[in-house]
Ligand binder design. Structure first.
Ligand SMILES: NC(=O)c1ccc[n+]([C@@H]2O[C@H](COP(=O)([O-])OP(=O)(O)OC[C@H]3O[C@@H](n4cnc5c(N)ncnc54)[C@H](O)[C@@H]3O)[C@@H](O)[C@H]2O)c1
Length: 245
């Protein structure tokens, strides 16, 4: 028995990084099926084959593209029959100081980080309401509270918090919980573009004196995806080593 026995999950952006750690943890917790949804179809396929294939389905999908999302969830429903857990993890950065930020940088981040979450929720909410069961976890960020060079990214991650709390209120009566996890600086490809002095200054300021790991975020996501959090709804769980900015 695991915490997710009998449950079918979708994790977006699961080809690498935090999403891959979440999907791995779900498999370890005996989920009946985990859909590895990623823009990078090769990464999704590689993950699914490494996981043994039995309980996973790899789906190439751009969460910002509504038609791509519709087709992906059709495939997932064919494979699993239903979705009990949705983790909206896919996200991108296109950092620039605001007065130099292009409209393209703005649009790309809004369309993936916020539009993508809406597109995926649209695919599962009706079914969750009907069945009277569901868990949605949205990956926000400490940057939601403001971060230089990330006006686009912060807007999406703060927007996700309002979205999460609203859906929690709307769906709570149907036994569907909607929560968010706000990671601090986590050791993945996403932070590899940050200049070393900036990263070191961050580590020095952090009570934990280190970056977080994708597995540490996955543990928090698991809690909000399983029965242990049945009475937890609309929260933002910070996974940031104690660094509140
Ligand atoms: N790493 C951090 O420090 C950190 C901190 C706070 C929040 N987050 C958030 O956690 C999530 C995962 O971040 P990560 O560090 O693992 O990033 P990452 O860049 O390592 O991985 C992101 C994954 O999402 C996929 N993806 C990107 N755009 C997509 C799209 N349009 N459709 C489908 N898949 C797409 C990528 O192919 C990749 O596999 C993101 O939402 C990010 O904003 C990360």
């Amino acid at each position: 028995m695991g915490a997710l026995t009998g449950k079918y999950a979708v994790v977006t952006g699961a080809g690498r990084g935090i999403g891959a750690a979440i999907a791995k943890r779900f498999i370890t917790e005996n989920a009946a099926g985990v859909a590895i949804l990623d823009y990078d179809g090769d990464a999704a396929n590689a993950f699914a084959s490494a996981a043994g294939g039995n309980h996973t389905v790899a789906v190439a999908c751009d969460v910002s593209d509504r038609e791509s999302v519709r087709a992906a969830f059709e495939r997932i429903r064919e494979a699993f029959g239903r979705v009990d857990i949705l983790v909206n993890n896919a996200g991108i950065t296109r950092d620039a100081i605001y007065h130099k930020m292009t409209d393209e940088q703005w649009d790309a981040v809004i369309n993936v980080n916020l539009g993508g979450v809406h597109n995926c929720c649209r695919q599962v909410v009706a079914g969750m309401r009907e069945r009277g069961y569901g868990k949605i976890v949205n990956i926000s960020s400490s940057s939601a509270y403001g971060n230089v060079g990330q006006a686009n990214y912060a807007a999406t991650k703060a927007g996700l918090i309002g979205f999460t709390k609203t859906l929690a209120k709307e769906l709570g009566g149907k036994n569907v919980t909607v929560n968010a996890v706000a990671p601090g600086m986590i050791d993945t490809d996403m932070v590899k573009t940050i200049p070393e002095p900036v990263l070191n200054a961050f580590i020095a300021a952090s009570p934990a004196k280190r970056l977080g790991t994708p597995e540490e975020v996955a543990g928090a996501v698991l809690f909000l995806s399983c029965g242990d959090s049945a009475y937890v709804n609309g929260v933002v769980l910070d996974v940031n080593g104690g660094l509140f900015t």
